[in-house]
Design a protein around this ligand. Structure first.
Ligand code: FES
Length: 65
């Protein structure tokens, strides 16, 4: 599933960025290129990131940025 249509960034790419240690929206945007064009995907990407970090395995870690 694409999270960012402009840059063709898939959910799996965001997952990989997180797995490599990206912890903020900016880190993930810099790593994948998402939200670097129209920006309409920003809330979707941020929501997905929040969802990933809200999993029990990640505890209560919160993202900023
Ligand atoms: S949809 Fe992501 S920058 Fe346009």
């Amino acid at each position: 599933m694409y999270l960012c249509v402009c840059r063709a960034v898939r959910q799996s790419e965001v997952d990989r960025a997180i797995d490599k240690g990206c912890m903020t929206f900016k880190d993930i945007s810099d790593q994948t290129g998402c939200s670097k064009e129209c920006g309409q995907c920003a809330q979707t990407v941020k929501g997905y990131i929040d969802q990933r970090f809200d999993t029990p395995a990640m505890g209560s870690l919160r993202l900023v940025g």
